[in-house]
Design a protein around this ligand. Structure first.
Ligand SMILES: *[C@@H]1O[C@H](CO)[C@@H](O)[C@H](O)[C@H]1NC(C)=O
Ligand SMILES: *[C@@H]1O[C@H](CO)[C@@H](O)[C@H](O)[C@H]1NC(C)=O
Length: 362
């Protein structure tokens, strides 16, 4: 009898499963209820559907912090008794290339995590059917596509959530002065700072976080724009509301602006080199090398300021010949009252300053 029932389940599954699949991206399966208690072995088939959903398929996080990747499942119609449901999470690079790797598997209250994720992941379980994945802390190589798979007996359903790192947008101009770069030069300038031209979405998000910059810069889409939080005379006038102001799509070769660059995360450490004397630019480059590092790039300094909270009230040389310092806790004699990376521009290279170095951590 037992064998017969299971054989039937399997056959019905194969038959109805293949039918249902054509009409739905969900998946039907058959549940057997053994009679209505009259003991004559009647078998009823009920169609129960397993739904797996994610309200947010794009999640952004910050290295060192935590992230919750949403995944919820439910049965339709709702079940009267809980089922033995297995939750499995997989990871794949954003490119979608390469084999999926196991992140974790959970059955009931038991769970197990794998590889680099060991000890850093758990299920959120705020309510029945909540299979959201919590990663804490986020490491630099956690970005990618996470697939949440719910397995119930023979059936499985899944949903994919992408994890990106929140980044930082920074304005950049040429050492020769303002508004001197065409689109191609701006793109290259960002890449030299270990960054990329920002997208409009990235600039907009930075404006929401308070980026106020009065010089227009190229964006990835070939437009030139600038973010204004406090409208003022010197910055397009007080008539216009705060916002990201656009000059529209410009000529990529002929028109010249600054750049807005975006850097998401860095694999290494940026630090102010403790050195007994101040250095000119040539000496600064050499001092970092002697310390087993390289002189830091502008993007790396911004990333360290934004993601690691680097706060140092000492001006230091950077690889492009600019002198800057990062402040997360504004205080007296450390620039303006807002957090930010302060710039002293591109001083003559014989002048003496400190230096910021960058060391790769693996
Ligand atoms: C997760 O990060 C949020 C901020 O994004 C923070 O408020 C919360 O305390 C963090 N939770 C844990 C467990 O670290
Ligand atoms: C920096 O100082 C060294 C001497 O310590 C000198 O040789 C070098 O030319 C100087 N570099 C610049 C850019 O002034």
């Amino acid at each position: 009898m037992w064998i017969l029932r299971h054989l039937l389940v399997l056959l019905m599954h194969l038959f109805l499963g293949s039918l249902a699949q054509k009409f739905s991206n969900g998946y039907y399966y058959q549940d057997i209820v053994n009679g209505n208690g009259n003991g004559n072995g009647e078998i009823y088939f009920h169609k129960i559907r397993l739904h797996v959903e994610s309200p947010e398929t794009l999640v952004s996080g910050v290295q060192g912090s935590n992230a919750t990747l949403p995944c919820h499942y439910r049965y339709e119609p709702a079940l009267s008794a809980p089922r033995r449901t297995r939750v499995k999470w997989f990871w794949q690079p954003v490119s979608g290339e390469g084999q999926e790797r196991d992140v974790m598997v959970a059955i009931g209250t038991r769970h197990r995590s794998y590889g680099d994720f060991k000890g850093r992941v758990r299920l959120h379980r705020s309510a029945p059917g909540d299979a959201s994945l919590v990663i804490n802390p986020l490491q630099s190589d956690d970005t990618g596509r996470y697939r949440c798979e719910i397995i119930d007996g023979l059936e499985d359903e899944s949903v994919t959530v992408q994890l990106n790192f929140r980044g930082v947008v920074f304005p950049y101009h040429s050492s020769r002065g303002r508004y001197l770069m065409n689109f191609h030069e701006a793109k290259e300038a960002c890449e030299k700072q270990d960054a990329h031209l920002a997208t409009f979405e990235q600039l907009y998000a930075s404006w929401e976080e308070g980026l106020d910059w009065c010089n227009a810069g190229w964006l990835m889409d070939g437009t030139a724009q600038y973010p204004v939080v406090v409208p003022r005379e010197a910055c397009g006038g007080t008539e216009l509301a705060p916002g990201v102001r656009s000059y529209g799509v410009r000529d990529k070769s002929l028109d010249r602006f600054d750049a807005f660059c975006f850097i998401s995360t860095i694999r290494g450490e940026v630090y102010f080199l403790q050195h007994h004397i101040k250095l000119n630019f040539t000496e600064a480059v050499e001092a970092c090398q002697s310390d087993g590092a390289r002189i830091a790039k502008v993007g790396q300094l911004y990333a360290a300021w934004r993601f690691v909270g680097l706060d140092q009230c000492d001006a230091g040389w950077l690889a492009d010949g600019s002198v800057r310092y990062p402040i997360t806790q504004p205080r007296m004699n450390c620039g303006t009252s807002e957090p930010g990376v302060r710039s002293l521009g591109f001083p003559p290279k014989h002048l003496k300053h400190g230096v910021y170095c960058y060391k790769v951590r693996w």
